[in-house]
Design a protein around this ligand. Structure first.
Ligand code: HEC
Ligand code: HEC
Ligand code: HEC
Ligand code: HEC
Ligand code: HEC
Length: 189
């Protein structure tokens, strides 16, 4: 390559490219702000569903309802029909279950309030993490003790990177623990 062309690329094009990348991140960031409500966020849900009761006391597997965790990018929140596997009979006279059945029989979408969320410009995949042995608790806290879901860990970039760079500290229960990536394009594609 011609020296002056290279010089042009390095002095002019590269800074412009970097500027555009950073500017577009910053714009999408501000556009999608308010996505991560932060530690302690615990919104009231349309149905008073308790993980402590279902996943804790009744010991229903997380995967029974969150069918995507091992197979896909999203964990997925179950449809009302999953609840109806039991609540077509169980506790059908209780007020919260009457509400639940109303959603089902009138075919109204049950819009749970999303608790954990990363902005759209971030790539995150559940199956990769879960299949490498990382427990839900390491990112979501002890959900089996929660009546109402609460965010207990940070979902900011620094938190992802801290575990990727120091996996031993965050995942002491894993024998062969791999580092996660820390190059920008792993999470920003
Ligand atoms: C009987 C079905 C069921 C089981 C079993 C269950 N969940 Fe859930 N989960 C739900 C529903 C419904 C929601 C959405 C309402 C809410 O947030 O409480 C949810 C929400 C969540 C959320 C918050 C999602 C968000 O909006 O960020 C997390 C995290 C979660 N579950 C983790 C778990 C873990 C970990 C287990 C196993 C220990 C588990 N769940 C077992 C039904 C279930
Ligand atoms: C595997 C069976 C099963 C599934 C699936 C299930 N539940 Fe339940 N649920 C129960 C049982 C049994 C109880 C009563 C437990 C008790 O009180 O000891 C219960 C209790 C409840 C209660 C409290 C009712 C009261 O007494 O006030 C609510 C609300 C509830 N479930 C909502 C849901 C929702 C929403 C889903 C789907 C996301 C769901 N359940 C899925 C078995 C199930
Ligand atoms: C390495 C950290 C990590 C682990 C481990 C993890 N999650 Fe998540 N979870 C996240 C992140 C990050 C989000 C937000 C994803 C997004 O906004 O796309 C999330 C979101 C969710 C949601 C909201 C709905 C969805 O489809 O994204 C549910 C439900 C959930 N997780 C359940 C689980 C369950 C159940 C497990 C264990 C089997 C688990 N998670 C393991 C980090 C994790
Ligand atoms: C508790 C530890 C932990 C946290 C928190 C965590 N990760 Fe990871 N992540 C890992 C480990 C370990 C790997 C390597 C898995 C492997 O190679 O088997 C990984 C791999 C990845 C990969 C590469 C695999 C793929 O899916 O392409 C991406 C991307 C990623 N993580 C994104 C994120 C993002 C985004 C967050 C924050 C929202 C996050 N991670 C939070 C531990 C973590
Ligand atoms: C392990 C995943 C991961 C890696 C690697 C990563 N990021 Fe991020 N990044 C995130 C997450 C998650 C957010 C959104 C949450 C937040 O704003 O902290 C984010 C947000 C951002 C933002 C928005 C502004 C801000 O600071 O909140 C910029 C700009 C950014 N990243 C640039 C970069 C650059 C440049 C690199 C490479 C040096 C990089 N990221 C590597 C996960 C990652």
């Amino acid at each position: 390559m011609n020296k002056s062309v290279l010089d042009y690329i390095l002095r002019v094009r590269l800074p412009i490219t970097i500027f555009i990348i950073i500017a577009s991140f910053t714009l999408t960031y501000f556009a999608s702000r308010g996505v991560d409500r932060g530690i302690g966020y615990s919104p009231i849900q349309p149905i008073n569903f308790s993980h402590k009761l279902h996943a804790g006391e009744m010991r229903i597997d997380c995967e029974y309802c969150h069918t995507g965790v091992e197979k896909s990018r999203n964990a997925m929140v179950p449809a009302v029909s999953t609840c109806m596997n039991c609540h077509s009979i169980a506790r059908k006279d209780q007020p919260e279950i009457k509400k639940l059945r109303n959603y089902y029989f009138k075919d109204i979408a049950l819009l749970w309030v999303r608790v954990h969320k990363v902005p759209d410009f971030v790539y995150f995949n559940h199956s990769v993490h879960v299949n490498s042995g990382i427990k839900c608790e390491s990112c979501h806290g002890d959900v089996r003790q929660m009546d109402r879901i609460t965010q207990v860990h940070s979902f900011e970039m620094s938190a992802c990177l801290d575990c990727h760079r120091h996996p031993r500290q965050h995942l002491p229960y894993l024998k062969n623990v791999k580092h996660g990536p820390d190059n920008c394009f792993a999470c920003h594609r």
